[in-house]
Design a protein around this ligand. Structure first.
Ligand SMILES: Nc1ncnc2c1ncn2[C@@H]1O[C@H](COP(=O)(O)OP(=O)(O)OP(=O)(O)O)[C@@H](O)[C@H]1O
Ligand SMILES: Nc1ccn([C@@H]2O[C@H](COP(=O)(O)O)[C@@H](O)[C@H]2O)c(=O)n1
Length: 239
């Protein structure tokens, strides 16, 4: 895949259920760019921690598991794979056990150091091979890619996010209710926003985009407009 129409890094941060993954994949595909789901990487490490029988709150042991884990995160927006110790764990990492464990696991400084280094390597390779990448997470604009050409911080009211997540879980065959999902959304937001290392917050130069009353097409249109206004879209060149 040669160079697409995006030049540089678009960082999409925000709390859970705001539509980062859906928007990031679509934006990357629309512009022929690569795509990185950093949440999947933290989820994969949390899965490795659970498989090892380690307490997600035991930072030392969690760091050991993270160092030993063989993790490969793909960057194809059409098919973003997460391979842990040789097996694709894309479905398993979205389960309730991992969703509960991922918050304390991602608060471990050594885990963040390890994954941020890998995320930066993936970004560098994507820029060399495709010219552009859309990266989504919690700390992309603040820590991972502070020089990103465009930083967008997605928001949506908690009720809307819980309803979306509950619909997503039900569609994936996971039992879910809006109330339970609302509680999980609030728990994870509180955890991510108050942790000592790389807390969830918008970068000072991020554009805030409230997706509460936008559908997926509306969010994509708004993001493409922001990319073009920032001068990050070029006419596709051959190759
Ligand atoms: N603007 C929107 N309108 C309606 N549904 C949406 C919108 N954005 C996302 N969704 C749906 O909400 C669910 C959650 O979206 P998505 O996984 O992209 O959120 P997220 O911010 O990446 O969440 P997390 O950070 O927890 O992974 C998906 O089923 C998605 O299709
Ligand atoms: N850059 C990131 C991305 C994610 N996290 C943590 O992982 C959890 C799961 O992320 P999802 O996007 O898959 O919901 C998230 O709640 C964060 O705790 C992170 O710390 N940094």
């Amino acid at each position: 895949m040669g160079h697409g129409e995006l030049r540089g890094v678009v960082a999409l941060d925000g709390p859970s259920g705001t539509g980062k993954s859906s928007a990031a994949r679509r934006l990357a595909a629309a512009l022929g760019a690569r795509y990185l789901d950093t949440g999947a990487m933290y989820r994969a490490i949390a899965l490795a921690v659970l498989r090892a029988g380690v307490d997600p709150e035991d930072a030392e042991r969690v760091a050991e598991v993270a160092r030993a884990a063989a993790l490969e995160q793909g960057d194809d927006p059409e098919r973003s794979t997460t391979v842990l110790d040789g097996a694709d764990v894309g479905a398993e990492i979205r389960g309730p056990e991992v969703t509960l464990a991922v918050s304390p696991v991602s608060a471990v400084p050594q885990v963040r150091e390890l994954l941020v280094a890998r995320q930066r390597a993936i970004i560098a390779a994507a820029l060399a091979e495709a010219g552009g990448i859309v990266v989504e997470g919690r700390d992309i604009g603040t820590v991972v890619a502070p020089d990103a050409g465009l930083k967008v911080y997605l928001t949506a009211d908690a009720q809307a996010r819980a309803q979306r997540r509950a619909r997503q879980d039900s569609a994936s065959g996971r039992a879910s209710t809006v109330d339970a999902t609302l509680a999980d959304v609030r728990r994870r937001d509180a955890y991510d926003s108050t942790r000592a290392v790389s807390p969830l917050r918008p970068a000072a130069d991020a554009v805030e985009l409230d997706t509460t009353s936008l559908d997926l097409k509306g969010v994509l249109a708004a993001l493409v407009d922001l990319v073009e206004r920032r001068g990050l879209r070029v006419v596709a060149v051959g190759g």
